[in-house]
Design a protein around this ligand. Sequence first.
Ligand code: HEM
Length: 491
Amino acid sequence: MLGSLILLWISFCLLLFLFRTQRPKNFPPGPRPVPVFGNLLQLNLKNPLDDLKKLAERYGKVFSLYIGSRPAVVVSGVQAMKEALVTRSVEFAGRPQGLMINDITNNKGVVMVNYGSYWKEQRRFALMMLRNFGMGKQSMEERILGEISHIISHLEKNAGKTTDPQTLFHKAASNIICSVLFGTRYEHDDEFLKLIIRIFTENSKMANGPWSMAYDSLPWLRGFPLPFRKAFQNMETMKKFTADLVAQHQKTRIPGDPRDFVDSYLDELEKRGDDGSSFSERQLVYFLLDLHFAGTDTTSNGLLTAFLYLTTHPDVQERCQREIDVVLGEKEQASYEDRHRMPYVQAMIHEVQRVADTVPLSVFHATTKDTQLMGYDIPKGTLIIPNLSSVLNEESQWKFPHDFNPENFLNQQGEFVKPEAFMPFSAGPRMCLGEGLARMELFLVLVTLLRRFQFVWPEDGGVPDYTLVFGITQTPKPYRMGIRLRGTQRG
Ligand code: HEM
């Protein structure tokens, strides 16, 4: 008996030794990992943000942990973030490979494509399109204002009552990006639109949740019918829908006269022929999926956060409305240019984005060569987790780091200023490529709705809960808001 126990103990120690994970020399410090799981068991995988904060307090702004047997470096605070993403930009501009999110996207599209000429070509094309070159007659602003008119109809029908804004803004954001990509929009009660929203919100919560961590760190689990399969099924549904839309465009397009992003891409594909570039119809489908997803679950969560805070901070809402009324006067509609004359509204929108903390851990990066960060050595191919949340909440960087207060973005003269720690879109070469579109959407939606309606926290709404539900994108908890028509304003 004793002999077997000793044998068991020796085998266990041998196993520990075999699976021992040792940090490379001068690698950032961090908690001791256990075999197989690394540090995963020390983190709350449903929401690791508090744990990451404590680890940064203990080990510093650059520390490491193990996801299974894979080392990862977590970067916190504005100083380290800028050194990594801006100063050493290209060295930190890669994407990790072999994760669930790579397998779901087949390493195509743009978001998870590794740094290199393929990614550069696709990104450059998307940026050019989003700046509205060669994407049809309708401007970006018109597309957004068109969708806002549908939000207004919904809110007008509910004036004097309360509504749950959750799906309203998701549908609107999806329709705006659909109009840019495919030239189409869906009625808000369309079953297919509801399916798209369900799939995007589900995948956003799964993409860096416990099951994806299990998938990433324990490769032998991948063949089993576990909950992460759902993310792959969802992707198949969206792939089929997107490929059908591309096929329809092929049939109806007039070459050289693009109506939308798909037509422009097909023009480019035709122009390039078989030149060995990164352009292909298969790539187009994944590219569209990336843009559709990235353009839906982000802006909508920003809007949801905005109304959660505006209904519970009526003083901020009223001050925005006064500014909007004065600046727009008799003007029929707001335009994006008007933002330059609305410092308080601008400050409010930026503050919303700060507290919305929409993409808290960015999209994971990877180093493209052996490099250094804050004096530590980091080998090529290391997984990098940019903790953007830590920057948006960094105590030394904000006048009111823990409150919702537009003063964070105003100087003493009441002018709008943007502190360098404002990084909700990340920074460097991988920075969000939809930033321009997202900012235009947030401004036009918020200004148009605040001009026309007053939003109130319902009397039976209970105590507002500002806690965010963690995911690759974070979402406010469901809430209801009361809608009242404002008297004299246009809009
Ligand atoms: C408030 C809204 C948004 C926020 C807060 C946001 C935030 C982010 C963040 C943090 C990243 C990761 C950057 C990095 O890896 O360093 C990102 C990447 C990206 N975003 Fe956004 N985003 C928003 C809206 C949009 C929209 C509307 C689009 C669609 C056009 C979009 C498309 C993308 C794409 C394609 C990438 C990947 C870029 C690349 O890997 O080169 N985003 N976004």
